[in-house]
Each structure stands twice: as structure tokens, then as C-alpha cells.
Design a protein around this ligand. Structure first.
Ligand code: HEM
Ligand SMILES: *[C@@H]1O[C@H](CO)[C@@H](O)[C@H](O)[C@H]1NC(C)=O
Ligand SMILES: *[C@@H]1O[C@H](CO)[C@@H](O)[C@H](O)[C@H]1NC(C)=O
Ligand SMILES: *[C@@H]1O[C@H](CO)[C@@H](O)[C@H](O)[C@H]1NC(C)=O
Ligand SMILES: *[C@@H]1O[C@H](CO)[C@@H](O)[C@H](O)[C@H]1NC(C)=O
Ligand SMILES: *[C@@H]1O[C@H](CO)[C@@H](O)[C@H](O)[C@H]1NC(C)=O
Ligand SMILES: *[C@@H]1O[C@H](CO)[C@@H](O)[C@H](O)[C@H]1NC(C)=O
Ligand SMILES: *[C@@H]1O[C@H](CO)[C@@H](O)[C@H](O)[C@H]1NC(C)=O
Length: 364
């Protein structure tokens, strides 16, 4: 690591809490030990999104449309509970994977995405509505719900990671008006999915296996209903000799806790509220809830990434870290990439007035 960067890293750590207001990372971003010192660790090249949208722009609203737009969303997210913040990260994922990042996940009504089985525990809708209401007062008809979901996913990630994850969100998405419950099954990967299935389902959204593994780190915060990993179809709490089996200690604990499908348990048993790289340590120890998490150890390519993201940074002394685990920046990049998926423009979309319903043709 270059001396300059070392100084930067030390300075950064001395500055204390990182504010989520700054979009530049003040960490040096280098200096973590590679898994094998003789063989420097390199992230595999990320494939470009299949549908880059040059019309999405960082600072899209700042220029003149609504300079305070991102600030208003951030204020709404700051008031959210840690659980709602986790929900906001997942909401962005579910929005982008079904009909593209177009706020279709927010539409209310019979047979919409929200009513589908995987919605079970989606949360954070109220935070989006609160931000939208404030935006409509200050900038009527300007800021799309799809962009609010993208900004909120970033702000929630920043807050839950204590500022370690921070990035600029290219914006300019329009809201779609199609939301179908049955689309969720085809598009959202299931928790019992094996490595090939979840890799393929991400590939279908322009995201490669590395993106999938990096974004799965979202499971370092938030909760799951017991029914998502212990049901009659696939029960991860039962005795199981397979390589993807849940750590017996955790399985025994959950066997006691999970008295019903609707009981919620933390996704990360160790640091449930922090969005951090603990997830990858949990994967190494088989302390993860879903098969889709456990399978990340199953191939040499994914295992080497898990091992590298599981590592803690070097410490100069007990309190001064040098460098930084590479997962945080990788997560930021992957969130931006996921946010490119099938975005809509003004020809095929609109700026919704209420995020829960498509516009009445007469109101705009
Ligand atoms: C690899 C494919 C994935 C599968 C199979 C999967 C599956 C699940 C399941 C089953 C739950 C619990 C639902 C419940 O029972 O309440 C969950 C929660 C969650 N997921 Fe995923 N997920 C995947 C990818 C992602 C991605 C890409 C993100 C975001 C970057 C994400 C973020 C979250 C978060 C934050 C929660 C907790 C939500 C809350 O506490 O409200 N997941 N996921
Ligand atoms: C999820 O779907 C169920 C019906 O399957 C519905 O009762 C519930 O209100 C939906 N949840 C949300 C947050 O919309
Ligand atoms: C999904 O539902 C829509 C109506 O909500 C229907 O038109 C379509 O055929 C359904 N698709 C499948 C694969 O069931
Ligand atoms: C797991 O392995 C043990 C010992 O090798 C064996 O006794 C047991 O029947 C196996 N259980 C299952 C579910 O395969
Ligand atoms: C807990 O373990 C018992 C005994 O192995 C089993 O019958 C039960 O189904 C388990 N509970 C759950 C929620 O998996
Ligand atoms: C199970 O988890 C514990 C930590 O809780 C860990 O020490 C142990 O190595 C794990 N077992 C396996 C088989 O991964
Ligand atoms: C929106 O995208 C469609 C399809 O990509 C394109 O034909 C149309 O010209 C675009 N409209 C605007 C206003 O950019
Ligand atoms: C949905 O949007 C498309 C494209 O803007 C439009 O043709 C269609 O009429 C809209 N449908 C509804 C129900 O608003």
C-alpha cells in the first residue's frame, strides 16, 4: 500500500463516524490481505450491464428540477427503524428484479407484486410514501417513485453500514404501471435455490455471479420468517449431512425459536442490525438461514470471494484499521448496476403522484 494511502486510511479512521452526506468514500480502499500472499487476490472482471442506460444521471434532480430531492429522501430514511432500513434495501432488489426498477413493487391492488407470496415481509413502504409526500409538496410531479426507491436503498445501506457503504445514485427513472403478482415467482430467486439457479436468475437481470454474491451480503441485516427456511418443502433445521447444511448449533437454537412460520429471526445472528461483512463469516461457518446463502461456498470461484470478503482489515493498533474490506465498495457498485435494470423513460413510464397507484389520466 502506498504511504499516501496509508496516511489517508489512518486519517479517515481518526475522523470517526463517517457522514452519509458525502458521496465520496474517504477510505483508501486498499491494504486488505489477499487470501494467498503469493497469489494476489483480484476481483473477477465485472460484466457490463446488458442494458446500460446513459440517460440515468448522477445529480439528475440537483441540476434544476428539485435540488433538495435526495436530501428529502434521506431525511425520511433517517427516521426509519433499523428493520425498516433493511426492508428498504430489499425493496430496491424486489423492485428491480420484477418489471425493472420502476416502482412496480409499490403498486397496491389485487394481484399486484405486493400481494404475491414473496412479499410476505416486505417493509419500508411507509418511508417511501413519507418521502414522496414531502417531495410532492416541494417539487410536485418531478421525482419518480422508482428513483425514491433507489435513493432510499442507498441511504439505508449507508446508515446501516455506518457510512462505509456510500455511493452516488444515477437517476432519471420513470414509474411503470404494470405490477403482476405472478411475475414475482418467475423473477425472484427462491431461498432454496442452488448455485446454478440463483446465478442464472441474476444473469437474467444483467448481473453476474460476483454481483450475485456481493449483493447476497444484504443478508447481513434484517430478518426472515421461519417459514422461509423451515417448511415442509425444504427444512433447513432438520438433521442434514449435506455440505450446505445449516450449522447444527444455530439449527438447534432456531428449532426452539421457530414455533411458527411467521416467527421472525435475524438473518445475521451475530450483528443483526449492521450492514457489514459479517455475512461472509457466517457463510464460512454455515451460520446462514437459506440454501441460497450456503451454496456460495460450493464452487471454488465463489468460495475465494467469500473468503476474501470474510477477512477483517489489518489493524495498526487495536483501534486503527488500515485499509478496508473490499466488500463495502463492491456492494455499492453492484447496487448501482442492479439499479440499471430495465429502467423506463417518459415514453413508457410516468412520474406517479402517489407511489401506491398509477396516475389518474386527468391529474397530470
Ligand atoms: C440470492 C438471492 C436471494 C434470495 C433467495 C433471497 C431471499 C430472501 C428471503 C427468503 C428473505 C426473508 C423473507 C422473509 O421470510 O421475511 C430475505 C430477506 C432479505 N433480503 Fe434477500 N434474497 C436474495 C437476495 C437479496 C439481495 C440481492 C438483497 C439486497 C441487496 C437482499 C436483501 C435482503 C434483506 C435486507 C432482507 C431482510 C429484509 C427485512 O428485514 O425486512 N436479498 N431474502
Ligand atoms: C402481501 O400479500 C398478502 C396477500 O397474499 C396481503 O394480505 C398483504 O397485505 C401483502 N403485504 C403488503 C405489504 O402489501
Ligand atoms: C399472470 O397474470 C396476468 C394477469 O394478472 C395474466 O394475464 C398472465 O397470463 C399471467 N401469467 C402467467 C404466466 O400465469
Ligand atoms: C448422517 O451421517 C450419520 C453418520 O455418518 C448417519 O448415521 C446418519 O444416518 C446420516 N443422516 C442423514 C440424514 O443422512
Ligand atoms: C425441531 O426438531 C424436531 C426433532 O428433530 C423436529 O421434529 C421438528 O420438526 C423441528 N422443528 C422445526 C421447526 O424444524
Ligand atoms: C458452527 O459455528 C461456530 C460458531 O458459532 C463455528 O465455530 C463452527 O466452526 C461452525 N461449524 C461449522 C461446521 O462450520
Ligand atoms: C424511451 O425509450 C424507448 C425505447 O428504448 C425509445 O424508443 C424512446 O425514444 C425513448 N424516449 C425518450 C423520451 O427518450
Ligand atoms: C401504462 O403506461 C402506458 C405507457 O405509458 C400506457 O400506454 C397505458 O395506457 C398505461 N396504463 C394505465 C392503466 O395507466
Amino acid at each position: 500500500m502506498a504511504p499516501k494511502l496509508a496516511v489517508l486510511a489512518v486519517l479517515a479512521s481518526l475522523l470517526g463516524a463517517v457522514s452519509c452526506e458525502f458521496s465520496i468514500s474517504i477510505y483508501a480502499g486498499y491494504g486488505f490481505p489477499p487470501p494467498n500472499p503469493n497469489q494476489p487476490f483480484k476481483l473477477p472482471p465485472a460484466s457490463p450491464p446488458k442494458n446500460p442506460r446513459p440517460d440515468l444521471k448522477v445529480g439528475y434532480y440537483a441540476a434544476n428540477k428539485c435540488p433538495q430531492a435526495e436530501e428529502i429522501v434521506k431525511r425520511a430514511v433517517e427516521e426509519a427503524t433499523p428493520g425498516e432500513k433493511a426492508g428498504l434495501i430489499r425493496l430496491f432488489f424486489h423492485d428491480c428484479f420484477v418489471q425493472g426498477c420502476d416502482a412496480s413493487v409499490l403498486l397496491e391492488g389485487p394481484d399486484t407484486e405486493r400481494t404475491a407470496f414473496p412479499n410476505l415481509s416486505l417493509r419500508g413502504f411507509n418511508i417511501i410514501e413519507k418521502a414522496k409526500a414531502a417531495l410532492e409538496v416541494e417539487c410536485k410531479g418531478i421525482v419518480s417513485c422508482a428513483d425514491i426507491v433507489a435513493f432510499a436503498g442507498r441511504d439505508a445501506s449507508c446508515s446501516l453500514s455506518d457510512g462505509k457503504i456510500n455511493y452516488q445514485v444515477p437517476a432519471g427513472r420513470y414509474d411503470g404501471n404494470v405490477s403482476r403478482a405472478n411475475d414475482t415467482f418467475l423473477n425472484l430467486p427462491p431461498p432454496f435455490g442452488d448455485l446454478k439457479l440463483i446465478t442464472d436468475m441474476f444473469a437474467a437481470k444483467g448481473l453476474d455471479q460476483t454481483d450475485m454474491l456481493v449483493l447476497s451480503g444484504g443478508h447481513s441485516t434484517g430478518r426472515s420468517g421461519c417459514g422461509s427456511f423451515a417448511n415442509s418443502f425444504s427444512n433447513r433445521l432438520q438433521a442434514d449431512n449435506s455440505s450446505t447444511a445449516m450449522n447444527r448449533t444455530l439449527a438447534d437454537q432456531l428449532n426452539t425459536t421457530c414455533t411458527a412460520d411467521s416467527v421472525n429471526v435475524p438473518l445475521d445472528y451475530k450483528t443483526p442490525y449492521a450492514l457489514d461483512h459479517q455475512y461472509y463469516k457466517n457463510v464460512q461457518e454455515h451460520n446462514v438461514l437459506f440454501t441460497s446463502d450456503a451454496v456460495l461456498l460450493e464452487s471454488p470461484e465463489t468460495k475465494v470471494l467469500v473468503d476474501s470478503f470474510a477477512r477483517d482489515p489489518f489493524f495498526l493498533s487495536d483501534i486503527i484499521p488500515i485499509g478496508r474490506n473490499p466488500w463495502y465498495d463492491a456492494f455499492a457498485k453492484a447496487m448501482v448496476k442492479m439499479g440499471n435494470w430495465e429502467v423506463k423513460n417518459s415514453t413508457v413510464g410516468e412520474i406517479r403522484q402517489f407511489c401506491g397507484k398509477v396516475n389518474d389520466k386527468k391529474t397530470y
